[in-house]
Design a protein around this ligand. Structure first.
Ligand code: SAH
Length: 339
């Protein structure tokens, strides 16, 4: 089987080249083309002999659909050689451009409101398959990438090794060279994996999809993830904070009439005050076929105000790309694949 360059550290690529009697420094040259310039066509890599590029795969996926939002958000549907498809999104904000990466094809968590879980988990992505998303987005938009969030399809901590390897590539100065502060890993909340992540020496931001302030409601919204209690999740989050001194983000998708009540806001405030954290509120992005609705903008603002009155550092996030179904697994559904 051919090796994928995106699965390797620079040192591993050097070793691979040395084993073929090729000068190891060619690895840095290839990395410069691929990671810095997002050039993946061997013919365009003018500084490199074809024997070097010929050793590796780089992009194994292809773009099968593209959608542009009026707000500048670009979404791509990628297909891997086995026919599996994932979505990936670029979100511009002024000079910055953040990519939203998928880590799995589908998802096993089955959260009742999320389109990515429809049809269950197909398979994990490899590290290289995760990183190809960054290169495709860069090639499709010409934008320099300044940040990355693991908020696409899948549960990143359920595909732990590939996600951590991809994170290391994102913040490696010889590869994508992103600032660790600009990388966020979002998890449904797997306490054992959060504790393990705390030991990785990765100064990234951890976001936890809490979505409910008590276990009974959380079991309804995120059933598979609710084998862990909120207490266990918050304890693991505190360990992550202690190891990295990076404030944890609590994500909270507002679902009309379910978790957007005053009682929920007060309970969420009590939880948030126990942790060094920011709370990100997101109005639900409705998924056809799912029995949930977004609260009104006024109701969302009232929820935010209540948290702030309790001294919680909270923000209401704008939903981007709603006109292109940028949220969470929807292009894959509407493109009629639903695989
Ligand atoms: N598995 C990870 C990453 C998922 S996507 C996690 O659970 O965190 C990132 C966020 O989008 C999660 O908080 C997820 O619950 C949320 N989300 C999923 N579907 C959504 C929708 N239709 N509208 C708004 N947010 C959604």
């Amino acid at each position: 089987m051919r090796l994928n360059f995106l699965d390797m550290t620079i040192q591993q690529a050097r070793d691979t080249l040395a084993a073929q009697n090729i000068e190891p420094y060619r690895a840095e040259q290839l990395a410069d083309w691929v990671y810095r310039k997002a050039v993946t066509d061997p013919a365009a890599m003018t500084s490199l002999p074809s024997t070097v590029v010929g050793l590796f795969d780089i992009l194994t996926s292809r773009v099968v659909a593209r959608a542009e939002s009026a707000d500048g958000t670009t979404k791509l549907l990628l297909e891997y050689p086995d026919g599996q498809r994932v979505e990936t999104v670029l979100i511009p904000a002024g000079k910055r451009a953040t990519v939203c990466l998928s880590t799995q094809v589908g998802c096993a968590m089955g959260c009742g409101f999320c389109a990515s879980g429809l049809g269950g988990l197909k398979r994990n992505l490899t590290c290289g398959e995760i990183l190809q998303q960054v290169i495709h987005l860069r090639q499709a938009t010409g934008r320099r990438i300044t940040g990355a969030v693991f908020m696409g399809m899948g549960e990143p901590l359920a595909n732990y090794d590939a996600t951590v390897a991809a994170t290391r590539a994102l913040i490696d100065p010889q590869r994508f060279g992103l600032s660790a502060r600009a990388v966020t890993l979002s998890t449904v909340g797997l306490p054992g994996r959060i504790r393990r992540l705390a030991r990785e020496n990765l100064p990234i931001t951890l976001a936890i999809s809490l979505h409910a302030p008590n276990d009974a409601l959380r079991r309804k919204l995120t059933p598979a993830a609710s084998v862990a209690s909120i207490e266990q999740i918050l304890a693991a989050a505190a360990v992550f904070f202690a190891s990295r001194k990076r404030e944890v983000t609590l994500e909270y998708v507002l679902l009309a009439g379910l978790n957007d009540t005053n009682v929920c806001a007060e309970a969420l405030a009590r939880l948030a005050k126990r942790l060094r954290c920011n709370v990100n509120l997101i109005r639900y992005n409705p998924v056809p076929s799912m029995p949930y609705a977004a609260p009104t903008a006024a109701a969302a603002k009232a929820f935010l105000a209540r948290l702030r009155r309790r001294g919680v550092n909270a923000h209401l996030r704008r939903s981007r790309g709603a006109d292109i179904a940028a949220a969470c697994g929807q292009l894959r559904q509407t493109a009629g694949t639903g695989q």
